[in-house]
Design a binder for this molecule. Structure first.
Ligand code: ATP
Ligand code: LTN
Length: 357
């Protein structure tokens, strides 16, 4: 397998040269699989996306085709797709600076996925660890073929847009590697077609842990919601969850991921939301109790999330306008995706529609 990773969102020295005024392209997405994003999604992904949209030609999308690889209630899926879009925008994704769309509204994703399915080895797909984990949870016989080919659809999402970088969490590294392998394979079989993308892996410092179980990452699939901070929760719930966060029996506020995972997690949240380095926060809280830190952090987080929550609700109150913004994004995306797909179709030998060009 080819391997390439950067520890930050900076473009590595090996990246493609650009023409004057041109920006490197990045692309990423988060599934619409919950009623709210949580603080891990926000700090680990969204904040980073928002930061990137000035420096990069950024494309963000909502992978609803991926969502149906496991059973979904149709009305709930539609609602969660809008809610996810609203949170992207409320969190700072600016539809005038970047391209934001819903995957199922750009049919080229499914079309390219088919071609990529046909150049992926069965054994190669079988080695994808996320499939193994998810399939095991459902009982392997019950898992859908769509779940099996999930990473190939993800490769199509990426390769259609010729991005240089794909900002994702460590858990998605293997899928980006597969995209690279498929891009290289297609290019060598059919001629130069795809940009070979690089994984921009989120920094460890952007990882947020469950407030009740601070050695496990904050996750929507956690057993109990008590350790989760959701962007759309009311401030009282958020404050209560922060104040009830599991810590340790010492009293000293210091950063030590191993010995003090609970306090270290609170310090990470404090630092990323306030923009202050952890060392400064630790110095400011010298001699103070855990309770002080929790009360202040609850206020900091609820104040920070309040305008995001309000904006998301405003956007959701006008679904027609939200759908219009998404349709505009899908049109922009299709402009790029259709060109790549036409090239791919011609290269594999599909007849051009309506005759030779
Ligand atoms: P699940 O646990 O059910 O797989 P999730 O809540 O972890 O879901 P994903 O949909 O897997 O969320 O992740 C969407 C994005 O959010 C990814 O880029 C992922 O790296 C990031 N992310 C998810 N959880 C965290 C976390 N606890 N800390 C930092 N980033 C996170
Ligand atoms: N599998 C990813 C979501 C996803 C994605 C993509 C991310 C689907 N297609 C393309 C980056 C690029 C996840 O679960 N986080």
């Amino acid at each position: 397998m080819t391997s390439s990773t950067t520890e930050t969102v900076a473009v590595p020295a090996t990246s493609t040269k650009l023409a004057a005024g041109q920006k490197h392209r990045v692309l990423s997405g988060m599934q619409p699989s919950a009623d709210s994003l949580h603080l891990g999604n926000y700090i680990g992904a969204l904040v980073n996306w928002v930061r990137m949209q000035d420096e990069y030609d950024a494309i963000f999308f909502i992978p609803d085709l991926h969502a149906i690889t496991v059973p979904q209630d149709p009305a709930e899926l539609a609602q969660r797709t809008r809610v996810t879009a609203a949170q992207y925008i409320a969190g700072g994704v600016d539809v005038d600076k970047c391209t934001l769309f819903v995957q199922s509204q750009v049919p080229e994703h499914a079309q390219l996925a088919w071609v990529l399915n046909c150049i992926t080895g069965f054994g190669e797909a079988s080695r994808m660890t996320q499939f193994k984990d998810k399939a095991q949870k459902q009982g392997t016989d019950q898992a859908s073929v769509g779940l099996f080919t999930y990473p190939i659809l993800q490769a199509a999402d990426i390769l259609l847009y010729q991005p240089h970088g794909v900002p994702v969490g460590e858990d998605q590294r293997q899928h980006v590697e597969l995209s690279r392998d498929l891009a290289n394979r297609f290019n060598s079989r059919f001629g130069e077609t795809f940009q070979v993308p690089e994984a921009f892996i989120q920094k460890e410092s952007a990882k947020i842990y469950d407030l009740q179980n601070p050695t496990a990452k904050m996750s929507k699939s956690a057993e109990s919601p008590a350790g989760l901070i959701n962007l759309l929760d009311d401030p009282k719930t958020t404050a209560k969850r922060i104040k009830s966060a599991v810590t340790d029996t010492e009293t000293e506020i210091r950063f030590d991921r191993e010995a003090k995972p609970g306090i270290s997690n609170l310090l990470t949240i404090y630092s990323t939301i306030s923009g202050q380095p952890v060392e400064k926060i630790v110095a400011d809280y010298e001699g103070k109790m855990y309770g002080h830190l929790k009360v202040d952090l609850a206020e900091l987080v609820t104040n920070h999330l309040a305008p995001i929550r309000e904006r998301a609700h405003e956007l959701l109150a006008d679904p027609a306008e939200l759908d219009r913004l998404l349709a505009h994004g899908a049109d922009k995306a299709r402009g790029i995706a259709a060109a790549t797909l036409a090239d791919v179709y011609a290269k594999v030998g599909f007849l051009p529609y309506g005759g030779a060009r």
